[in-house]
Ligand binder design. Structure first.
Ligand code: ATP
Ligand code: MG
Length: 322
Protein backbone atom coordinates (compact mmCIF):
# COMPACT_ATOMS: atom_id res chain seq x y z
CA UNK A 1 0.00 0.00 0.00
CA UNK A 2 1.43 3.41 -0.85
CA UNK A 3 1.24 5.93 1.90
CA UNK A 4 0.00 9.46 1.39
CA UNK A 5 2.59 12.18 1.94
CA UNK A 6 0.32 13.72 4.54
CA UNK A 7 0.53 10.60 6.75
CA UNK A 8 2.14 11.39 10.11
CA UNK A 9 2.10 8.02 11.90
CA UNK A 10 0.84 4.45 11.78
CA UNK A 11 0.31 1.87 14.52
CA UNK A 12 -0.78 -1.76 14.53
CA UNK A 13 -3.84 -2.47 16.69
CA UNK A 14 -4.10 -5.75 18.65
CA UNK A 15 -6.50 -7.12 16.01
CA UNK A 16 -3.81 -6.45 13.34
CA UNK A 17 -5.75 -3.61 11.81
CA UNK A 18 -3.80 -0.45 11.10
CA UNK A 19 -4.45 2.89 12.77
CA UNK A 20 -3.07 5.87 10.88
CA UNK A 21 -3.15 9.61 11.39
CA UNK A 22 -2.72 12.09 8.56
CA UNK A 23 -3.16 15.79 7.96
CA UNK A 24 -6.56 16.31 6.40
CA UNK A 25 -6.96 18.36 3.25
CA UNK A 26 -9.90 20.48 2.09
CA UNK A 27 -11.33 17.50 0.16
CA UNK A 28 -11.86 15.79 3.51
CA UNK A 29 -14.25 18.50 4.74
CA UNK A 30 -17.43 16.44 4.31
CA UNK A 31 -15.82 13.38 5.96
CA UNK A 32 -14.60 15.44 8.91
CA UNK A 33 -17.93 17.17 9.33
CA UNK A 34 -19.71 13.80 9.42
CA UNK A 35 -17.19 12.52 12.00
CA UNK A 36 -17.62 15.59 14.18
CA UNK A 37 -21.38 15.23 14.13
CA UNK A 38 -21.30 11.53 14.86
CA UNK A 39 -18.71 11.85 17.63
CA UNK A 40 -20.25 14.86 19.36
CA UNK A 41 -23.88 13.84 18.96
CA UNK A 42 -23.07 10.69 20.92
CA UNK A 43 -21.81 12.61 23.96
CA UNK A 44 -24.13 12.84 26.92
CA UNK A 45 -25.80 16.19 26.53
CA UNK A 46 -25.77 18.29 29.66
CA UNK A 47 -27.06 21.80 29.18
CA UNK A 48 -26.94 23.28 25.68
CA UNK A 49 -25.66 21.01 22.89
CA UNK A 50 -21.98 21.14 21.96
CA UNK A 51 -21.08 24.00 19.62
CA UNK A 52 -19.47 21.36 17.43
CA UNK A 53 -22.90 20.28 16.23
CA UNK A 54 -23.33 23.72 14.70
CA UNK A 55 -20.17 23.35 12.54
CA UNK A 56 -20.88 23.51 8.83
CA UNK A 57 -18.92 22.46 5.76
CA UNK A 58 -17.57 25.92 4.93
CA UNK A 59 -16.16 26.42 8.42
CA UNK A 60 -14.52 23.00 8.39
CA UNK A 61 -13.08 23.55 4.89
CA UNK A 62 -11.52 26.85 6.05
CA UNK A 63 -9.83 25.14 8.96
CA UNK A 64 -8.56 22.35 6.70
CA UNK A 65 -7.19 24.83 4.17
CA UNK A 66 -5.07 26.19 7.04
CA UNK A 67 -3.49 22.70 7.31
CA UNK A 68 -4.53 22.13 10.88
CA UNK A 69 -7.07 19.32 10.57
CA UNK A 70 -6.09 15.78 11.49
CA UNK A 71 -7.81 12.56 10.48
CA UNK A 72 -7.47 9.15 12.15
CA UNK A 73 -8.35 6.08 10.09
CA UNK A 74 -8.50 2.36 10.79
CA UNK A 75 -7.59 0.43 7.63
CA UNK A 76 -8.42 3.57 5.69
CA UNK A 77 -11.85 4.10 7.25
CA UNK A 78 -12.18 7.49 9.00
CA UNK A 79 -12.84 7.09 12.75
CA UNK A 80 -11.58 10.21 14.48
CA UNK A 81 -10.60 13.79 13.96
CA UNK A 82 -9.10 16.83 15.65
CA UNK A 83 -8.51 20.40 14.59
CA UNK A 84 -5.99 22.96 15.80
CA UNK A 85 -6.93 26.60 15.88
CA UNK A 86 -5.32 29.19 18.10
CA UNK A 87 -6.08 30.95 21.35
CA UNK A 88 -4.02 34.05 22.16
CA UNK A 89 -1.35 32.70 19.82
CA UNK A 90 -1.23 29.26 21.45
CA UNK A 91 -2.22 26.10 19.56
CA UNK A 92 -5.76 25.25 20.63
CA UNK A 93 -6.89 21.67 20.19
CA UNK A 94 -10.55 21.50 19.32
CA UNK A 95 -13.12 19.21 17.82
CA UNK A 96 -11.27 16.13 18.96
CA UNK A 97 -13.69 13.27 18.62
CA UNK A 98 -13.85 9.55 17.87
CA UNK A 99 -16.97 7.85 16.53
CA UNK A 100 -18.66 5.53 19.05
CA UNK A 101 -17.88 2.36 17.03
CA UNK A 102 -14.13 3.00 17.35
CA UNK A 103 -13.97 4.03 21.02
CA UNK A 104 -11.97 2.18 23.64
CA UNK A 105 -9.17 1.41 21.19
CA UNK A 106 -6.81 4.22 22.05
CA UNK A 107 -7.63 6.27 18.96
CA UNK A 108 -7.97 9.61 20.80
CA UNK A 109 -4.76 9.04 22.76
CA UNK A 110 -2.85 8.11 19.60
CA UNK A 111 -4.26 11.12 17.79
CA UNK A 112 -3.13 13.36 20.64
CA UNK A 113 0.37 11.82 20.66
CA UNK A 114 0.77 12.24 16.92
CA UNK A 115 -0.47 15.82 16.98
CA UNK A 116 1.92 16.56 19.87
CA UNK A 117 4.87 15.17 17.88
CA UNK A 118 3.82 17.12 14.81
CA UNK A 119 3.59 20.36 16.79
CA UNK A 120 6.99 19.77 18.43
CA UNK A 121 8.47 19.42 14.95
CA UNK A 122 6.86 22.77 14.07
CA UNK A 123 8.43 24.41 17.13
CA UNK A 124 5.46 24.60 19.51
CA UNK A 125 6.02 24.10 23.24
CA UNK A 126 2.47 23.52 24.51
CA UNK A 127 -1.11 22.93 23.45
CA UNK A 128 -4.26 24.15 25.14
CA UNK A 129 -7.88 22.99 25.14
CA UNK A 130 -11.21 24.38 26.29
CA UNK A 131 -13.54 21.88 27.91
CA UNK A 132 -17.02 22.79 29.06
CA UNK A 133 -17.41 23.15 32.80
CA UNK A 134 -20.52 20.99 32.71
CA UNK A 135 -18.46 18.01 31.46
CA UNK A 136 -16.26 17.20 34.48
CA UNK A 137 -15.78 13.64 33.20
CA UNK A 138 -14.12 15.03 30.06
CA UNK A 139 -11.88 17.32 32.13
CA UNK A 140 -10.82 14.30 34.20
CA UNK A 141 -10.13 12.29 31.03
CA UNK A 142 -7.84 14.98 29.62
CA UNK A 143 -6.06 15.31 32.95
CA UNK A 144 -5.29 11.60 32.67
CA UNK A 145 -3.29 12.28 29.50
CA UNK A 146 -1.34 15.16 30.97
CA UNK A 147 -3.52 18.25 30.66
CA UNK A 148 -3.68 20.58 33.68
CA UNK A 149 -6.24 23.20 34.53
CA UNK A 150 -4.92 26.69 33.89
CA UNK A 151 -7.99 28.92 34.24
CA UNK A 152 -11.74 29.06 33.94
CA UNK A 153 -13.05 31.06 30.99
CA UNK A 154 -16.78 31.62 30.83
CA UNK A 155 -18.36 28.18 30.67
CA UNK A 156 -15.05 26.43 29.93
CA UNK A 157 -12.00 25.13 31.73
CA UNK A 158 -8.78 26.09 29.95
CA UNK A 159 -6.45 23.08 30.01
CA UNK A 160 -2.76 23.17 29.12
CA UNK A 161 -0.32 20.41 28.28
CA UNK A 162 3.38 21.00 27.74
CA UNK A 163 4.72 19.32 24.60
CA UNK A 164 7.68 16.94 24.89
CA UNK A 165 11.26 18.11 24.66
CA UNK A 166 12.73 15.78 22.03
CA UNK A 167 16.46 15.05 21.95
CA UNK A 168 18.62 12.56 20.09
CA UNK A 169 20.99 10.02 21.67
CA UNK A 170 23.26 8.53 18.98
CA UNK A 171 24.84 5.98 21.37
CA UNK A 172 24.69 4.67 24.94
CA UNK A 173 27.11 7.32 26.26
CA UNK A 174 24.94 10.06 24.83
CA UNK A 175 21.95 8.47 26.57
CA UNK A 176 23.82 8.48 29.91
CA UNK A 177 24.73 12.11 29.32
CA UNK A 178 21.02 12.96 28.94
CA UNK A 179 20.28 11.30 32.28
CA UNK A 180 23.13 13.22 33.90
CA UNK A 181 21.77 16.49 32.52
CA UNK A 182 18.20 15.84 33.59
CA UNK A 183 19.44 15.30 37.15
CA UNK A 184 20.28 19.03 37.29
CA UNK A 185 16.62 20.02 37.25
CA UNK A 186 15.33 17.35 39.66
CA UNK A 187 14.31 17.71 43.28
CA UNK A 188 13.45 15.31 46.10
CA UNK A 189 10.05 13.77 45.47
CA UNK A 190 10.24 13.85 41.67
CA UNK A 191 8.85 10.90 39.71
CA UNK A 192 9.99 9.87 36.23
CA UNK A 193 7.89 7.35 34.32
CA UNK A 194 10.02 5.74 31.59
CA UNK A 195 8.62 3.85 28.65
CA UNK A 196 10.12 2.38 25.47
CA UNK A 197 10.48 -1.13 24.07
CA UNK A 198 12.85 -3.79 25.47
CA UNK A 199 16.41 -2.57 25.19
CA UNK A 200 15.34 0.98 24.32
CA UNK A 201 17.78 2.43 26.83
CA UNK A 202 15.71 3.13 29.94
CA UNK A 203 18.27 1.59 32.31
CA UNK A 204 21.13 3.24 30.41
CA UNK A 205 19.42 6.62 30.90
CA UNK A 206 18.97 5.81 34.61
CA UNK A 207 22.73 5.14 34.92
CA UNK A 208 23.34 8.73 33.80
CA UNK A 209 20.68 9.95 36.18
CA UNK A 210 22.46 8.14 39.03
CA UNK A 211 25.77 9.74 38.05
CA UNK A 212 24.16 13.18 37.89
CA UNK A 213 22.51 12.74 41.28
CA UNK A 214 25.78 11.36 42.69
CA UNK A 215 24.30 8.21 44.20
CA UNK A 216 25.92 4.85 44.92
CA UNK A 217 26.06 2.49 41.95
CA UNK A 218 25.99 0.48 40.00
CA UNK A 219 22.62 1.19 38.41
CA UNK A 220 21.62 -2.05 36.70
CA UNK A 221 18.39 -3.55 35.51
CA UNK A 222 16.23 -4.05 38.61
CA UNK A 223 14.25 -6.86 36.96
CA UNK A 224 14.87 -9.50 39.61
CA UNK A 225 14.34 -7.28 42.60
CA UNK A 226 11.65 -4.96 41.19
CA UNK A 227 13.11 -1.97 42.97
CA UNK A 228 16.47 -0.78 44.27
CA UNK A 229 17.47 2.24 46.34
CA UNK A 230 20.71 4.03 45.50
CA UNK A 231 21.86 6.22 48.38
CA UNK A 232 23.10 9.74 47.84
CA UNK A 233 26.82 10.30 48.44
CA UNK A 234 26.43 13.98 49.20
CA UNK A 235 23.25 14.49 51.16
CA UNK A 236 21.11 14.95 48.05
CA UNK A 237 18.10 12.82 47.11
CA UNK A 238 18.47 9.05 46.85
CA UNK A 239 17.52 7.36 43.58
CA UNK A 240 14.77 4.73 43.68
CA UNK A 241 14.87 2.63 40.51
CA UNK A 242 11.81 0.46 39.86
CA UNK A 243 11.01 -2.05 37.12
CA UNK A 244 7.26 -2.27 36.68
CA UNK A 245 7.49 -4.70 33.72
CA UNK A 246 6.20 -7.63 35.71
CA UNK A 247 3.89 -5.62 37.90
CA UNK A 248 0.33 -6.13 36.87
CA UNK A 249 -1.29 -3.25 38.59
CA UNK A 250 -1.07 -0.19 40.73
CA UNK A 251 -1.92 -2.34 43.77
CA UNK A 252 1.28 -4.34 43.27
CA UNK A 253 3.28 -1.17 42.81
CA UNK A 254 1.87 0.12 46.08
CA UNK A 255 2.94 -3.13 47.73
CA UNK A 256 6.54 -2.11 47.07
CA UNK A 257 5.94 0.58 49.65
CA UNK A 258 7.38 3.26 47.45
CA UNK A 259 5.31 5.95 49.06
CA UNK A 260 7.57 5.87 52.08
CA UNK A 261 10.57 6.96 50.02
CA UNK A 262 8.80 8.94 47.31
CA UNK A 263 8.81 12.21 49.23
CA UNK A 264 12.59 12.40 49.67
CA UNK A 265 13.95 10.45 46.72
CA UNK A 266 13.99 10.80 42.97
CA UNK A 267 12.06 7.79 41.64
CA UNK A 268 12.37 6.39 38.13
CA UNK A 269 9.90 3.66 37.15
CA UNK A 270 10.72 1.67 34.00
CA UNK A 271 7.65 0.44 32.15
CA UNK A 272 5.61 2.56 34.50
CA UNK A 273 3.16 4.08 32.07
CA UNK A 274 -0.37 3.04 32.89
CA UNK A 275 0.71 1.94 36.37
CA UNK A 276 2.86 4.55 38.09
CA UNK A 277 0.76 7.62 37.28
CA UNK A 278 -1.50 6.84 40.21
CA UNK A 279 1.38 7.52 42.63
CA UNK A 280 1.31 11.21 41.84
CA UNK A 281 -0.24 13.22 39.05
CA UNK A 282 2.92 15.30 38.65
CA UNK A 283 5.54 13.36 36.78
CA UNK A 284 8.14 13.55 34.04
CA UNK A 285 7.30 11.22 31.18
CA UNK A 286 10.31 9.77 29.42
CA UNK A 287 9.68 7.94 26.14
CA UNK A 288 12.52 6.35 24.19
CA UNK A 289 12.08 5.32 20.55
CA UNK A 290 14.38 3.74 17.99
CA UNK A 291 14.21 4.61 14.31
CA UNK A 292 13.26 2.01 11.70
CA UNK A 293 16.83 1.22 10.59
CA UNK A 294 18.06 -1.75 12.69
CA UNK A 295 21.72 -0.81 12.01
CA UNK A 296 21.27 2.64 13.52
CA UNK A 297 21.62 2.84 17.32
CA UNK A 298 20.17 6.33 17.53
CA UNK A 299 17.39 6.76 20.06
CA UNK A 300 14.87 9.57 20.16
CA UNK A 301 14.17 10.66 23.68
CA UNK A 302 10.98 12.58 24.51
CA UNK A 303 10.79 14.22 27.91
CA UNK A 304 7.50 15.77 29.04
CA UNK A 305 7.30 17.47 32.43
CA UNK A 306 3.68 17.23 33.58
CA UNK A 307 2.77 19.49 36.48
CA UNK A 308 4.02 22.67 38.13
CA UNK A 309 7.10 21.11 39.72
CA UNK A 310 9.21 21.71 36.62
CA UNK A 311 9.56 24.43 34.07
CA UNK A 312 9.56 23.02 30.54
CA UNK A 313 12.01 25.66 29.30
CA UNK A 314 14.46 24.75 32.09
CA UNK A 315 14.14 21.05 31.25
CA UNK A 316 14.78 21.81 27.56
CA UNK A 317 17.81 23.97 28.41
CA UNK A 318 19.26 21.28 30.69
CA UNK A 319 18.84 18.49 28.11
CA UNK A 320 20.25 20.56 25.25
CA UNK A 321 23.15 22.20 27.13
CA UNK A 322 26.48 22.20 25.22
N1 ATP B 1 21.64 5.30 21.64
C1 ATP B 1 21.56 4.40 22.62
N2 ATP B 1 20.90 4.71 23.75
C2 ATP B 1 20.79 3.79 24.75
N3 ATP B 1 21.29 2.56 24.71
C3 ATP B 1 21.93 2.19 23.59
C4 ATP B 1 22.10 3.08 22.52
N4 ATP B 1 22.78 2.46 21.55
C5 ATP B 1 23.02 1.23 22.01
N5 ATP B 1 22.54 1.05 23.24
C6 ATP B 1 22.60 -0.22 24.01
O1 ATP B 1 21.27 -0.71 24.08
C7 ATP B 1 21.07 -1.34 25.33
C8 ATP B 1 19.93 -0.64 26.08
O2 ATP B 1 19.62 -1.44 27.19
P1 ATP B 1 18.86 -0.92 28.47
O3 ATP B 1 18.98 -1.99 29.47
O4 ATP B 1 19.30 0.46 28.84
O5 ATP B 1 17.38 -0.84 27.89
P2 ATP B 1 16.01 -0.85 28.70
O6 ATP B 1 15.12 0.09 27.98
O7 ATP B 1 16.26 -0.60 30.14
O8 ATP B 1 15.51 -2.34 28.47
P3 ATP B 1 14.48 -3.24 29.35
O9 ATP B 1 13.16 -3.00 28.74
O10 ATP B 1 14.96 -4.62 29.15
O11 ATP B 1 14.55 -2.77 30.77
C9 ATP B 1 22.37 -1.25 26.09
O12 ATP B 1 23.09 -2.43 25.84
C10 ATP B 1 23.06 -0.05 25.45
O13 ATP B 1 24.46 -0.11 25.54
MG1 MG C 1 15.77 -1.68 31.84
Amino acid sequence: MTRPESELAAARLPDRRELTVRIADPDDAATILALIHEAFAARPVVGPPAEALADDGALVADRLAAGTGYLAEIDGVPVGTATLTSLDGRPLLSRIGVIPAARGRGVATFLLEVIAEHRVALGDTEIVMLVRLDHPELVAGWQGVGFREEAVRDAHVLLRRPLPVVVEAPDADAMRELGRRLAHVLNPGDLIVASGELGAGKTTFTQGLGAGLNVDGPVISPTFVLSRIHRSRNGGPDLVHVDAYRLGSFAELEDLDLEASLGEAVTLVEWGSGVAEALTTDRIELDIHRGTDPDDDTRWVSVTPLGDRWDRAAVAAALKED
